[in-house]
Design a protein around this ligand. Structure first.
Ligand SMILES: Cc1ncc(C[n+]2csc(CCOP(=O)(O)OP(=O)(O)O)c2C)c(N)n1
Ligand SMILES: [Mg+2]
Length: 552
């Protein structure tokens, strides 16, 4: 066995989930060893796609994602996706060949590159540390929720490996730092802050809980506590769906919030953010939190307490455990949960309940009508992935998801072009659900290298392209000021024909009547992915986009 094989075998033995990559000479042996160790490998067509697939897979499966790339350009191609993962604290391991000879065409400072985008850089520096480094990379990914680059120098990779692949011994012997937080460590010791939060919950008339990424595992505990405290429930965009089915679910807080959700959150006298930093998106630049409201944050990372909308009280700990500890200490009270509020949530709690004037016409469909139509047609058991751009709010707001495992939102780096690969990774994590990718024409064409991957893997995916023949975000940003728009507008492209060329089914939608083609696919064998090329109306920009531009 050579070192590359030992690393692959060791990661497989650690329990690594699916691996994604583009194989070249520098990651050939390590990838094959992963496969020999029982890890599924998905070949992407671009390393950027592989990184995003692994990120989405890890988010939706709860397992460590692995990315396998060639040295140099293999890694640079992956960088945007890796940055998104690192910013989102996704547990990911990137295996990269490394040309350490500065005269090599493939040479770059890979460790510096990883560090620059927020990932952790490690290296297998000798055959002796092949297994211990792999085990340490795995531990840091899981326990510290980091994206870890494990560099595999070409010379070391090829050297013979004599040791054993016992990762339990290797992990115990590594110079590991302690785990990052109580989700993997001891239980919450009920610090004074828990008592103070119990007091605040016991006194609040109109409490609202906003759950973020750090609360996606804690629905039961949060619903139990919210029930006692009379709290209404909302989420950040990444945790969309967490409280689906609860009569007190306000859905997403922030730019995507319904008018009713915005009104009720603004009316809160206590906002408790659970694993949620209350950033500008979740709070509309702070305006959703009333100046008179007390703000509490419960988070593994105390740095969150002062970030964005600052907390009056911070409780360090795992969300589920803190909520559990509190439930025993809060006496049941009605709080915000009046019959009037219940009736309003029933009647106005979803975007599709909000009246609007359908602007479809002239061979183009109103993106709201498109999204509602798809919401009606597509099976409920779905997993929705959204790219970035002006269009992004339409599917986020009008397409329902069954729970927090039904929405995958890779938006921490705000890159366009990640949507299709996000949907692939999510689909692999949740084969029981219909994957839906919602893309703009710009993001779709940027990420289109992976369309072949969707077809090759036989994923029953619905890819919806909101085509305005433009970088709509830029058009609506600069157009109103009279700037020339030639750099951000494009001639029509026949995306349906491109999709058919790859082996997809495709339907072009220029009005509500054309959605019949989607219904036909849904009722058929679904043996090929479907691309819905929707020519959307684009007279004006979206309200969430105006929010976005305030943050530039
Ligand atoms: C990688 C990357 N390049 C450029 C941008 C700037 N940008 C933000 S939205 C956008 C337009 C996206 O166009 P499209 O996917 O068609 O969506 P639309 O805005 O038209 O709805 C661009 C270029 C970005 N966020 N990420
Ligand atoms: Mg566009």
């Amino acid at each position: 066995m050579i070192v590359a094989e030992a690393v692959g075998r060791a990661l497989a033995a650690c329990g690594a989930g699916t691996a994604f990559g583009v194989v070249g000479s520098g990651n050939f042996h390590v990838t094959n060893a992963l496969v020999a160790g029982g890890v599924r490998f998905v070949a992407a067509r671009h390393e950027g796609g592989a990184a995003t697939m692994a990120d989405a897979y890890a988010r939706m499966s709860g397992r460590v994602g692995v990315v396998s790339v060639h040295q140099g350009p293999g890694l640079t191609n992956a960088l945007t996706g890796l940055t998104e993962a690192a910013k989102s604290r996704t547990p990911l391991i990137v295996l990269a060949g490394e040309a350490t000879d500065v005269r090599s065409n493939f040479h770059i400072d890979q460790a510096a590159l990883a560090t620059a985008v927020g990932a952790v850089a490690m290296r297998v520096g000798s055959p002796e540390e092949a297994v211990s480094r792999a085990a340490e990379a795995y531990r840091v990914a899981v326990e510290e929720r980091r994206t870890v680059l494990l560099n595999l120098p070409l010379g070391v990779q090829a050297a013979p490996f004599e040791g054993s692949i016992d990762v339990s011994v290797a992990a115990a012997g590594s110079s590991a730092t302690p785990p990052a937080g109580p989700s993997v460590g001891p239980s919450v010791a009920e610090p004074a802050e828990v008592g103070e939060l119990a007091r605040l919950l016991g006194a609040a008339e109109r409490p609202v809980f906003i759950a973020g990424r750090g609360a996606r595992h804690a629905r039961r505990e949060l619903e139990e506590l919210a029930g006692r405290a009379g709290a209404l429930l909302a989420t950040s965009a990444v945790a969309k769906g967490l409280f689906r089915g609860s009569p007190w679910d306000l859905d997403v807080s922030g730019g995507f919030a319904t008018p009713l959700a915005a009104e009720l959150i603004r009316g809160a006298d206590l906002v408790v953010a659970w694993g949620c930093a209350l950033n500008m998106w979740t709070t509309r630049h702070g305006t959703l939190v009333s100046p008179g409201a007390k703000v509490v944050k419960v988070d593994l990372d105390p740095a969150a307490f002062t970030a964005h909308v600052p907390a009056d009280l911070g409780v360090a700990g795992d969300v589920a455990r803190v909520a559990e500890a509190l439930a025993a200490r809060v006496a049941p009270r009605p709080g915000y949960r009046s019959p009037e509020v219940a009736a309003r949530v029933r009647a106005e709690g979803r975007w599709r309940d909000v009246p609007y004037e359908d602007e479809s016409g002239g061979g183009r469909i109103d993106p709201r009508t498109l999204s509602i139509g798809l919401d009606d047609l597509l099976p409920r058991e779905r997993i929705v992935a959204i790219d970035s751009g002006n269009f992004m709010g339409y599917p986020s707001m009008f397409m329902d998801v069954p729970d927090e495992g039904g929405f995958c939102f890779t938006q921490a780096f705000q890159s366009i072009g990640l949507g299709l690969a996000t949907a692939i990774g999510a689909a692999i994590a949740r084969p029981d659900r219909l994957p839906v990718a919602a893309l703009g024409d710009g993001g779709a064409l940027m990420g289109i290298a992976e369309l072949e991957t969707v077809v090759r893997l036989g994923l029953p995916m619905v890819i919806v392209v909101y085509d305005d023949e433009a970088y709509g975000a830029e058009v609506h940003h600069f157009g109103p000021h009279g700037h020339p728009l030639g750099t951000v507008t494009f001639p029509p492209a026949d995306l349906a024909a491109i999709a058919r060329g790859h082996g997809c089914a495709a339907v072009t939608v220029g009005g509500p009547g054309d959605l019949a083609g989607v219904a036909e696919w849904v009722d058929g064998p679904r043996d090929r992915p479907l691309l819905v090329h929707a020519k959307v109306t684009a007279e004006h920009g979206s309200w969430w986009l105006e929010e976005a531009f305030k943050g530039h």
